[in-house]
Design a protein around this ligand. Structure first.
Ligand SMILES: C[S@@+](CC[C@H](N)C(=O)[O-])C[C@H]1O[C@@H](n2cnc3c(N)ncnc32)[C@H](O)[C@@H]1O
Length: 322
């Protein structure tokens, strides 16, 4: 596909899509084809400090940074390999290895939080939202984008395609995730204490009059995602392997001549209420090992955050941002 990523999977956390090179390519293709649909309104005031939770290889980071060259981005992920890939791609963000439920930042330091395609993988998405909300300054905002695999319909709709798609859903559920989370986004975000929650639907539709969408979304995003659970499908005994392969072929056909494919993403925004900010000034300082060796000062782009400044963020909010 003309892209090369250096992902290393040994020792990585367990996660439905894994950390293979194919998955890295898929994430990049996905972000590219959905860029305008998901990000035409991802705009932050110049000078804002934005936390991206679960950045992976930095596919969405690049989109946010391109549209918001004057903000400071801090992007975190569990995966060291993904962060190395992100760094290699030159993303304009400070990259920090951390678990969302235990982020090494003080309460109330961020102007905005951005989360994309991450809550669906968490056993406790509401708890994660609560933890992220505490990092927002009073009046700060959150943006959450998630899919919903129940929103997917296509032509030709074969039984094998439905079975393969069902295997993807079941495999993710078996790991404690929720591939149908999009429809729950409003209650989840509002239930975590955010105010003014608004959800907008972002629908992708592909037919042969839109070859770029057929290629970028169906062939490079959807089909590889299903293909990625081939081994889990076998291990869990979900769908017999020959039906799974037929289903994959049938899904490929929905992104070709005469085929159509439709999927809906959910994009929620909300305001973190003042009450969410801890009255106690700050949590205990983080274990430095969580960041050492991964965090490096950014060497390009405007508004770069040095290691020292980031360290400062963990001990007190900077001033002077809008
Ligand atoms: C589907 S990828 C999405 C990456 C990126 N947001 C994008 O849209 O391209 C999900 C990412 O969430 C990360 N992740 C999952 N659970 C996490 C957690 N508890 N804390 C931090 N990152 C997590 C994974 O390592 C993975 O990189």
């Amino acid at each position: 596909m003309g892209r090369h990523f250096c992902t290393v999977t040994a020792g990585e956390p367990s996660y439905i899509h894994g950390y293979s090179e194919n998955e890295a390519v898929r994430l990049a293709d996905q972000a590219d084809v959905l860029a305008e649909l998901l990000h035409h309104d991802t705009r932050y005031a110049p000078g804002s400090l934005v936390l991206e939770a679960g950045c992976g290889i930095g596919a969405q980071t690049l989109q946010i940074a391109e549209r918001n060259p004057e903000v400071t981005l801090v992007s975190v992920d569990l995966s060291a390999a993904s962060l190395r890939t992100a760094r290699g791609r030159g993303v304009a963000a400070d990259l920090v290895r951390a678990e969302i439920a235990a982020l090494p930042f003080r309460d109330g330091v961020f102007d905005h939080v951005f989360v994309c395609f991450v809550l669906e993988h968490l056993a406790d998405p509401g708890g994660a939202l609560g933890a992220l909300g505490r990092l927002l300054r009073p009046g700060g905002t959150i943006t959450v984008i998630e899919g919903d695999h129940g929103s997917c319909y296509y032509h030709p709709a074969t039984d094998a395609a439905a079975a393969a798609w069902g295997a993807l859903v079941a495999a993710q559920q078996a790991l404690g995730g929720d591939p149908l989370i999009g429809r729950r986004l409003y209650p989840l975000v509002a239930g975590a204490g955010f105010g003014g929650v608004t959800v907008s639907l972002r629908q992708v539709y592909a037919d042969e009059s839109r070859p770029g969408v057929q290629d970028g979304f169906v062939q490079r995003t959807i089909v590889p995602m299903v293909e990625g659970v081939r081994e889990q499908n076998k291990a869990l005994g979900l769908v017999d392997p020959s039906t799974f392969e037929q289903g994959l072929a049938d899904l490929r056909a929905t992104g070709g001549p005469g085929g159509t494919f439709c999927y809906t993403f959910f994009r929620a925004t909300g305001v973190g209420p003042e009450l969410m900010v801890s009255a106690v000034p700050g949590h205990p300082p983080p274990a430095h090992s969580l960041i050492d060796g991964l965090h490096r000062p950014r060497s390009h782009g405007s508004g770069a955050v040095s290691g020292e400044v980031l360290s400062g963020l963990r001990h007190g909010r900077r001033t002077g941002r809008s």
